[in-house]
Design a protein around this ligand. Structure first.
Ligand code: GLA
Length: 748
């Protein structure tokens, strides 16, 4: 609810409080954001500058506490006494926006510029600030798990305004924090980076034209001693897919200023008299229960208010994707062979990835064209789709509509449709982007994609975008608005389509894209050990139903690391499961394992996709309706490892549970050199007999089961021993490097 009392605003929902106050100089003071507090706590929570600090500018000479620099603000100007970073820069001049009025609205006002925004019921506080030539509307929308903020600037004067920077929010938090950002590059997304925020500004920014794999828009601020389960943690994210900026800086007075919005790099929007500029919506949340508590709130917010109503709790099919197995090398026969195998394994959706159109036999040609390659697919997409569906599978298709190869019919016909910066063209993955700020380009994409969607029996779309942009500043923003227009026109009339967006993997993993499609392809890196970091980092801000997680071949194409198929499955279970490898060469024992994986996943699909996710010291946990699944993952194995504990979270102490391992096998080949010690025949460990046996025979691994109280599980149980070179036993966890186990824990 939002309480207003004599210039004091209290937005509170039981989970968090935001207290704002208009100062007697018209500034908007941020008294508090975080743990729930009472309105009456205001005096104790507010900054009290007392007799002030030296060398400060005073708004009122008679009031030594009237220096804007010394108080905690929810917005601030330029010059005028606050020399900290300002969320707004225009015309290269000082700014001084002061309170004029406010309104309480029973919903979030709709964006006028076409940016996506959160949905669902909320109360909104609109605070209007003004200065001589401009008005600023600040929106605070209160949901059960988060507060969202955005800003709108309106030109009230008779001259144009040059807007160089307008953040979605700015706020000051008393205290010092660590900033956690998620950085990386292609196939190496979401590296968790923790930086102490001190007097030097810490900045997290993307300038690639997309939200980018370099730094995700989502970030955290936490107390230095916060951990998974306790301590103050703030989470921030932006409903936006373009260039973004976030900063945090500690002031001399001990206030941390944090802000986020569109990157101001090269930004310049000219607002004619009467025109407005709207920022994307920022999401702000808080938990006093550590990183885990914050993640739970962010997950709920994303599912309830970002993902569409249709998909927010709808189970996702197990898919097979042709990319890593085939790349560009396929024809209808090969695809149908794979589809049949995928169906036999238990997959439910067959996705044809890149290579089905124009001259797309490699990545140097064809992008931009939509004519089906009839050499590969003589019966066209509709023919292939019908056959796939006849096998009992849904059909999904890859598109890369935002791009064009110079070697394409589209580029030959419309070279001017490519996005340019006025300098000689530079390519990325041999391609250019189309200029989505142009209406005819957007129409071309909408018409072609819609036509194929409506005529080819398509249930799933993978929407890819594989290069960084040459557009900078305002042009880059207009591109993103163009993209949203295209996505809205294609997908809003077809809400039942499962849209998984992708950008060379996770180069555009953000809340903006999640407004149009409920999933994002997290990374081209499907190595399960890399995925522990990628999916683990995503879990801070995004629920597991928002990312695709595929089992692929080993050794892995990006890391050359060999990992057990069991671990590849155990990691991919904690996302939307798919398979992306050539099925033709699977050994019988691998076929058996994949069938078992899919069967288990389907049995517990709702748990894996929508269960409450928790990070454990040595793995992950999901819980839903009395059932929990926990994965325990290992890196390189040491000799003679000691005991290992599984400590679950949130189990009901009084209840009794049955814990059992997912049955899994270890390959005989792993023991080839040891066999001579246990069987009387002397077989060549590298020979054909062992190779043949390895493909067919597996030994039970880590068979384990207990009837145990929730209290014991919360306290931590000791798992079966790991292999120590002292012999084989089916109960032992005989795994080697990168082994793992999955436990299912059910209420009795
Ligand atoms: C990108 C995607 C991959 C695949 C290829 C196809 O790299 O991230 O998953 O779709 O494009 O060219």
């Amino acid at each position: 609810m939002i309480e207003v009392n004599n210039g004091l605003f209290h937005l509170k929902n039981g989970a968090l409080s935001c207290l704002l106050r208009v100062t007697r100089y018209g500034l908007l003071e941020q008294i508090h954001f975080g743990a729930p507090v009472e309105t009456g706590d205001v005096d104790a929570l507010a900054c009290n500058p007392g007799l002030g600090w030296g060398s400060s500018l005073l708004l009122n000479e008679a009031d030594s506490a009237s220096c804007p620099e010394h108080i905690s603000l929810a917005w601030s100007g330029n010059g005028r006494g606050d020399f900290r970073e300002s969320p707004l820069e225009m015309d290269g001049s000082a700014t001084d926006f002061c309170y004029v009025n406010h309104r309480i609205l029973d919903a979030a006002p709709a964006m006028e510029c076409g940016l996506p925004q959160s949905h669902g019921s909320c109360e909104t506080l609109e605070i209007t600030l003004e200065q001589k030539n401009a008005r600023l509307y600040l929106y605070f929308s209160l949901y059960e798990t988060a507060l969202t903020r955005r800003a709108v600037l309106e030109n009230l004067g008779s001259d144009p305004i040059e807007l160089h920077k307008l953040m979605s929010f700015s706020m000051d938090l008393p205290g010092a924090y660590h900033m956690t950002t998620f950085n990386g590059g292609w196939a190496a997304e979401m590296n968790k980076t923790v930086t102490p925020v001190t007097r030097s500004r810490v900045v997290s920014e993307s300038r690639t034209g997309a939200s980018s794999n370099m730094t995700n828009p989502g970030f955290l601020l936490s107390e230095a001693d916060a951990n998974e389960d306790s301590g103050h943690v703030y989470g921030f994210n932006l409903v936006y897919s373009g260039n973004h900026y976030a900063s945090a800086q500690l002031s001399h007075q001990g206030l941390t200023r944090v802000m986020q919005g569109i990157s101001p790099a090269n930004f310049c929007a000219v607002l004619q008299p009467g025109e407005k500029f709207e920022t994307p919506e920022a999401v702000l949340s808080y938990s006093g229960e550590g990183f885990g508590g914050l993640s739970a709130r962010m997950h709920k917010f994303v599912l309830d208010h970002i993902v569409s109503e249709y998909w927010k709790d709808r189970e996702r099919p197990v898919l097979y994707n042709s990319w890593e197995g085939c790349m560009f090398d396929f024809d209808q026969k090969r695809l149908l062979g794979l589809a049949k195998q995928a169906k036999d394994l238990g997959c439910e959706l067959f996705v044809l990835d890149d290579g089905w159109f124009g001259a797309r036999n490699h990545d140097k040609a064809g992008l931009g064209d939509y004519n089906v390659n009839t050499k590969k697919l003589p019966q066209g997409l509709a023919g292939l789709s019908a056959k796939v569906q006849k096998l009992g599978l849904q059909f999904g298709l890859w598109f890369e509509p935002e791009s064009v190869n110079e070697d394409s019919d589209l580029y030959r016909a419309h070279p001017d449709w490519a996005l340019t910066d006025g300098f000689p063209t530079i390519t990325g993955r041999h391609q250019l982007l189309l200029d989505l700020t142009r209406a005819e380009v957007r129409d071309y994409i909408v018409d072609n994609v819609s036509r194929i969607l409506d005529t080819c029996g398509i249930s799933y779309v993978k929407w890819d975008m594989n290069r960084h942009s040459v557009a900078v500043g305002k042009k880059a923003h207009d591109y993103i608005l163009g993209l949203y227009d295209v996505l809205r026109r294609i997908f809003e009339p077809r809400p039942y389509l499962l849209l998984e967006s992708c950008s060379s993997g996770g180069n555009r993993f953000d809340l903006g894209m999640l407004c149009y499609g409920p999933q994002v392809w997290a990374s081209d890196n499907t190595d399960p050990i890399s995925r522990l970091e990628i999916q683990g980092s995503l879990s801070y801000l995004y629920p597991q139903s928002t990312f695709g997680a595929h089992v692929s071949a080993s050794p892995h194409a990006q890391t050359l690391r060999a990992t057990p198929l069991t671990t590849r499955g155990n990691v991919a279970f904690f996302g939307c499961l798919g398979y992306e490898l050539d099925l033709k060469h699977l050994a019988p024992i691998e076929v058996q394992e994949i069938k078992a994986q899919i069967e288990l996943y389907k049995q517990h699909r709702r748990l894996f996709q929508f269960g409450a996710f928790r990070r454990l010291k040595n793995g992950w946990q999901v819980s839903l309706d009395g059932t929990t699944a926990a994965g325990v993952f290992h890196g390189l194995m040491n000799a003679a490892p000691g005991y290992e504990m599984l400590r679950l979270k949130g189990m009901e102490p009084e209840k009794r549970y049955h814990l059992r391992t997912r049955a899994q096998k270890i390959r005989v080949g792993q023991f080839a050199h040891l066999l001579k010690h246990v069987v009387p025949v002397n077989v060549n460990p590298e020979g054909g007999v062992i190779a043949a046996a390895d493909k067919r025979i597996g030994l039970d691994d880590g068979v384990e089961g207990y009837h145990v109280t929730g209290s014991a599980l919360n306290s931590g149980i000791l798992l079966q021993p790991l292999f120590r070179g002292t012999g084989y036993d089916k109960n032992q966890r005989t795994q080697g490097d990168y082994g793992s186990n999955l436990y299912i824990i059910e209420e009795e």
